[in-house]
Design a protein around this ligand. Structure first.
Ligand code: PLP
Ligand code: SF4
Length: 467
């Protein structure tokens, strides 16, 4: 082997020049929020009334969209139906009529700031800002009983960490279940400012095999901040932490984070370093539609992340107006597999924010899941779901069956507050309208779910601590 060839072979894979070299050029990140709605050229052709409606909704729910999403992901000849437009731009139906009218009236009358803010905050409080008891039930405490901000530890083997610099996203999803974190209300926020608490918690909990960095989107952080959190995990005292997951929608909203951003190479270096030190690194990519995978930059970013040895797993909710169609899921899963991504979860939309606009009945969700599964090969049948992340655990609709003359949903826990609940089938009365676990009733005349008493006890204990 001559010296030149050898040097090339030693180059990290992610440095190999790509045919689509242009996508590696730095691209400025330009973002629009509620105040800038009037400055988005593509909106100028919309009727004034529709722009006003957007402004009303964006006063309550977070709005943020960047130039890449506007220019490359949205088909402006197909609005308002375009799925990515629905995913990022506020729509009137996202607020209940009475909430919409209340805010619209104040805006029309030019109400003063204090009055408007008061109304907005009251409306927000009615939108269940913290579904599934997140605040009270999942926050671990230190030895003195003090809450460890920025850490959620709900399932034995996985710790969620919310780094404080990662509590925003490159754009916001209109259905976001963490929306409360983005509207500036400090009380609604779950974030940690320091790595020390995380590392201490992991040191003391050797049952933990997975740490999941989440937000917001940790990929909005500079690589050097990510490094501060991640590099210490390579020390031997964290050998029990096998898997580092990073939840992110940056492959959709800002693929240039992995390409031409000033610290993109540094990020590739960091991921490579973690992989080479023996960690399983998983980018838990949030996807809702195949269109998100269908740009040159998105595919180049995926190739680049994969070339570090990190795996990409895909998850996302099923949503009316965006992806409530088996053909969309089948096409998305197929494209993911083609690009080397592992489909992981299909979620049911959580009970918060604009839920009424996006929710899909569980019965329909299961049909969509099944019909999509039937269209794909085994490698794309790795997505579990539809799954509800409810307070007792992640509950999957396994199917609809008729047992002893009764039509039922067959359910199972994919994750449970008590690991013993996991994988036990249980049954709910079939209900065509139900959209969430709390709408379901046990089948066969049972009074309670098999896990209910134990859950109540766990809940009482946690809530007592929270007082
Ligand atoms: C989904 C989830 C996890 C991870 O569960 P896996 O089934 O291992 O992917 C961890 N913590 C919380 C709170 C979750 O919702
Ligand atoms: S990427 Fe995730 S956290 Fe960010 S707005 Fe979308 S759903 Fe919310």
């Amino acid at each position: 082997m001559n010296a030149q060839v050898k040097a090339k072979a030693l180059k990290p894979l992610w440095r190999i020049e790509n045919a689509a070299q242009a996508v590696f050029d730095p691209v400025p990140f330009k973002v629009y929020t509620q105040r800038d709605l009037e400055r988005i050229p593509q909106l100028e052709n919309l009727p004034a009334e529709q722009r006003f409606e957007m402004k009303v909704v964006a006063s309550v729910l977070p709005f943020r969209v960047n130039q890449y999403v506007i220019d490359e992901l949205i088909d402006w000849s197909n609005i308002p139906a375009d799925p990515i437009f629905q995913l990022t731009f506020p729509q009137r139906g996202m607020l209940a009529p009475e909430h919409f009218e209340r805010i619209a009236t104040l805006l029309r009358e030019g109400a003063d700031k204090v009055e408007l803010e008061q109304a907005v905050s009251e409306v927000r409080m009615e939108l269940n800002p913290h579904p599934a008891d997140q605040m009270e039930m999942n926050m671990p405490r230190d030895e003195d009983g003090a809450r460890l901000d920025g850490i959620q530890h709900k399932y034995r083997e996985t710790v969620l960490f919310f780094p404080s610099q990662g509590q925003t996203c490159h754009s916001y999803c209109t259905f976001c279940f963490r929306w409360a974190q983005f509207v500036g209300d400090k009380e609604l926020r779950i974030a940690s400012s320091e790595a020390g608490a995380l590392h201490e918690h992991l040191r003391r909990n050797t049952d933990v095999t997975d740490v999941l960095f989440t937000g917001g989107d940790p990929m909005v952080m500079k690589t050097r901040h990510l490094r501060d959190y991640l590099e210490p995990l390579l020390q031997p005292e964290f050998d029990h932490v096998q898997t580092i997951r990073i939840g992110s929608k940056a492959l959709t909203f800002w693929p240039h984070r992995f390409l031409g951003a000033e610290d993109a190479d540094d990020l590739m270096q960091l991921l490579t370093q973690l992989v080479e030190a023996g960690k399983h690194v998983a980018l838990m990519a949030h996807y809702n539609h195949w269109k998100e995978l269908d740009t040159e930059a998105a595919q180049a970013a995926i190739r680049r992340v994969r070339s570090t040895g990190a795996v990409i797993r895909a998850q996302g909710p099923l949503l009316a107006h965006i992806n409530d169609d088996p053909a969309v899921w089948a096409k998305m899963w197929k494209l993911q597999v083609k690009l080397g991504i592992v489909p992981y979860y299909m979620f049911a939309e959580r009970d918060t924010g604009a839920r009424a606009y996006f929710e899909v009945p569980l019965a329909r969700a299961w049909e969509i899941y099944r019909e999509a599964m039937q269209q794909v090969s085994g490698l794309a049948r790795t997505a579990r779901g539809p799954s509800m992340s409810a307070s007792p655990g992640k509950v999957e609709i396994q199917g609809v069956a008729e047992i002893a003359g009764e039509k039922v949903f067959v359910l199972r826990f994919i994750q449970g507050r008590n690991p013993d609940w996991v994988q036990r089938p249980f049954f709910a009365k079939y209900d065509e309208q139900a959209t969430w676990l709390h709408h379901l009733k046990p089948a066969f005349g049972e009074q309670k779910w098999f896990w209910e008493d134990e859950y109540e006890t766990l809940r009482d204990d946690k809530l007592a601590l929270a007082d």
